[in-house]
Structures are given as structure tokens and as C-alpha cells.
Design a protein around this ligand. Sequence first.
Ligand SMILES: Nc1nc2c(ncn2[C@@H]2O[C@H](COP(=O)(O)OP(=O)(O)OP(=O)(O)O)[C@@H](O)[C@H]2O)c(=O)[nH]1
Ligand SMILES: [Mg+2]
Ligand SMILES: [Zn+2]
Length: 291
Amino acid sequence: MVKAAGGFFTVRTGSGEEYHCKARGLLKRGNSALMVGDRVIFKPDQGPAGASGQEGVVEKLIPRKNRLNRPPVSNIDQLVIIMSLKDPECDWQLISRMLVLAEKENLKSFVCLNKVDLLDQENLNAIIAKVNPYPYPLIFTSAKTGSGLDKLNKTLKGNCSVFAGPSGVGKSSLLNAMQPGLKLKTGIVSDKIRRGKHTTRQVELLALDNGGSVVDTPGFTRLDFQDLDQEELSSYFPEFEPFLGKCGFRNCMHLTEPKCAVVSEVGNSINPMRYEHYRYFTDELSKGEVY
Ligand SMILES: Nc1nc2c(ncn2[C@@H]2O[C@H](COP(=O)(O)OP(=O)(O)OP(=O)(O)O)[C@@H](O)[C@H]2O)c(=O)[nH]1
Ligand SMILES: [Mg+2]
Ligand SMILES: [Zn+2]
């Protein structure tokens, strides 16, 4: 299933043909409501193709390997979080938030920092220092100058990836720059508030020439942790892993407890910014707050 809009679903077959489909009622509600990335069984309509091309009915959903709710997509191999270094400003905490949700789904993640052309060397060096160390692969790119696109393209090769991040960071622009034939619509970043204008409106699975596929998604800025327990949070920070179980207290939350193995590693292999995000999220979860 490559696209969903207005109660219709676009299904692409193994040979690349697309069918404009309706779905059986059960596939429109609750957990089995169809989402982009779903593998389905459908029945093509008999007779001549209609005005919108070949048509059919989706009959069955094949069990999903995984799913993300935000952006809504299933059966992906990896998440590529896209953020711009400037215009709009990089939201490191939102990156960590997406990474936690990806860890919960056991998804491999990459972080792509776009618009590197907008930073001078000094500011770029400051960012590089800030993310040293960082527990996920970082790719610095510019859709404008083409810098880093080879590396991004290699990451996407042969995999099904989802591009996620706020509006205006350049998700669609990066895809266009790597594969101009896609001709995705891109927007401007407003002058005053430096935010994107929500140009991409649909979740859409795109086939890449390198054998991979990418789901381009609309931008978002808010993300909440719906079914997450405060206790499980530390297991979604992979850099904490070597130190878990080594704290003075068995139920250590790695906050203010003495002899905490995690806290004593902050500034070494644990990035202080990432640890701050952990503290912030723990606090948020303990209050049951919705971000
Ligand atoms: N300077 C610079 N501008 C860029 C770069 N990448 C994208 N832009 C600009 O940023 C604006 C937004 O780009 P889009 O590709 O529409 O952003 P998006 O992430 O797809 O946004 P939504 O579809 O709204 O979620 C456009 O004006 C692009 O030209 C880059 O690397 N450098
Ligand atoms: Mg877009
Ligand atoms: Zn601890």
C-alpha cells in the first residue's frame, strides 16, 4: 500500500502496477486500519479500467512486521530522522523523542542534519562538538549543494526507510535532490517564524532507483509518549546499556541516587545533552503529561 487518501488506497504490485482501491470495512477502523507500508491482498475489479486507472478492493491485511504511529507507516526497515541545522532551528530533544519511540519498535535509526550550507565553519564546529559522542549515525547533508547526499543515498539503498521530521527541514527536497524524477512538491520556510508550511500532505511510499524505497511524510513538531513506562525509558537509550545493572541501587532511575553508574558516565561515553533529554522525559512521564 503506497498511498491513502480520502478513503481510497493506492496499491502497488510487485511488478510496479498501481491499483486504486477501496477497502473492506474492517480495514478502515482500529488497529487494522490500513496504513502506508502495509502488505495486502486485493482483488482487481473485472472489466475495463475506470477513469482513474485500474481499480480493486483490498480484502486482507498481511500481519505487520512493525508500525509507527507518528508518522503512520508499517513494515519499515529503518527510520531516518531529518532535522535542519538552521531555518527551522534544530530540535535535539525532538530527535531524542523520535529515537525513543523507534527503539521501542526495535527500529534501526539514522539522524540526518540537513541545510549544512546555512552554517559557517565556527557554528558547524560547535554542533560537531555537541554531538560528540552520539549513539546513532549522523549524516550531514545539504539538498542545496549536494553535500552528503552520496552517504544518505547509500544508507537508503536496498532498504525501506521512512523520512520523519518537522515541516520545512527539507525531507522532500533531499529526495528530489537524490532523484530529480520524483518531482515532489517543496515549500518555503516562512520569514518571520522560520517554520515550514506543511507542504507534504500525505504519507507516500516512493520507489528509489537504487532499489530502496522511502516514505515521505508530512512534518510534525509534537510527539507524545503514549504507552511508555518511566521504568522502561532507560532501555531506550542504547548508550546507557553497558552501565545498567551496575548502579548502587538495584532500582536506580539514574536521577539523584548515589553511586549511579549512568550518571558517572555522563561526559564520557554518555553525551550530556542526551542525558538531559533522559531526565526531561522521565520527569514528563512521571507527571503523566502530554507534550
Ligand atoms: N539552504 C537550504 N535550503 C534547503 C535545503 N533543503 C531544503 N531547503 C529549503 O527548505 C524549504 C523546505 O523544504 P521542503 O523539502 O519542502 O521541507 P519538508 O521537510 O519536506 O517540509 P514538509 O513537507 O512541510 O514537511 C524549501 O524552501 C527548500 O528549498 C538545504 O539543504 N539548504
Ligand atoms: Mg515535504
Ligand atoms: Zn543509575
